[in-house]
Design a protein around this ligand. Structure first.
Ligand code: SAM
Length: 214
């Protein structure tokens, strides 16, 4: 990720870099390192993740002091032009409505450099609806299994369920499931919206990143 971002034109110092959907800060730190010297705004709506991000940044003296954390783009005054806007692994998690709303907020910014997107467009293997064993390992007397199932709901919405099971001998001792929703074609629809505002394809930064700029 760092190598891909380093391909960006270096930013003059008065510009700000913005990481949208910062999570716990993996992308924020990569962006801040690629834009050495610049201020960085990290936007993350989930409070627990903002707290984790703040504690991660507090441990990084070269990056932490340059980063401002915000709950949304509306909550933060970005007074300088934006030299780079990064959205890593965010857009495919949003419905078409929420994705467009976020892109419209992004497009209100004075963006002078690239918008760099990384969108997970993976296609699911295996039968829809059926559970598939992803991983199994035996530790001591326990067997740990991870199962995955996906289901296409509507409008390109895919609901994914990861289920973790622990067996002691033949007995199921514990089962926990996590559901997550993702959306297909998030990249194409985002690029259409950005293109309508003059942001055109600039370069593919490795397989995972697409960059557009005016
Ligand atoms: C999979 S995480 C990616 C985190 C980080 N960018 C990274 O690459 O490690 C997606 C993040 O996007 C955030 N998110 C969801 N909706 C958002 C929105 N409308 N605006 C900004 N961030 C959003 C989620 O809370 C989550 O932390």
């Amino acid at each position: 990720m760092g190598n891909a971002l380093a391909l960006l034109v270096p930013m003059p110092e008065p510009w700000t870099a913005v990481d949208v959907g910062a999570g716990t800060g993996v992308s924020t730190i990569a962006l801040a390192r690629a834009c050495a010297g610049s201020s960085v705004v990290a936007v993350e709506p989930e409070k627990p993740l903002r707290e984790a991000l703040a504690s991660r940044l507090a441990q990084d003296g070269s990056v932490g002091p340059r980063v401002t954390i915000a709950a949304s783009l509306v909550d933060v005054a970005i007074t300088q032009p934006v030299g780079c806007l990064f959205a890593r692994n965010v857009l495919h998690l949003l419905s078409a409505f929420d994705r467009e709303a976020l892109l419209r907020e992004i497009l209100k910014l004075d963006i002078r450099g690239p918008i760099v997107l990384s969108v997970d467009e993976r296609k699911y293997k295996g039968a829809e609806g059926g559970e598939r064993l992803i991983d199994a390992r035996v530790i001591g007397e326990s067997r740990y299994e991870r199962w995955f199932a996906w289901e296409s709901v509507n409008h390109g919405q895919i609901d994914c369920t990861n289920t973790f099971r622990v067996f002691v001998g033949d007995r199921l001792a514990r089962e926990v499931s996590f559901r997550a929703t993702r959306y297909e074609s998030a990249l194409a629809s985002s690029l259409d919206i950005l293109a309508a505002h003059g942001f055109v394809h600039s370069q593919n930064l490795g397989v995972d990143f697409v960059s557009v700029r005016r």
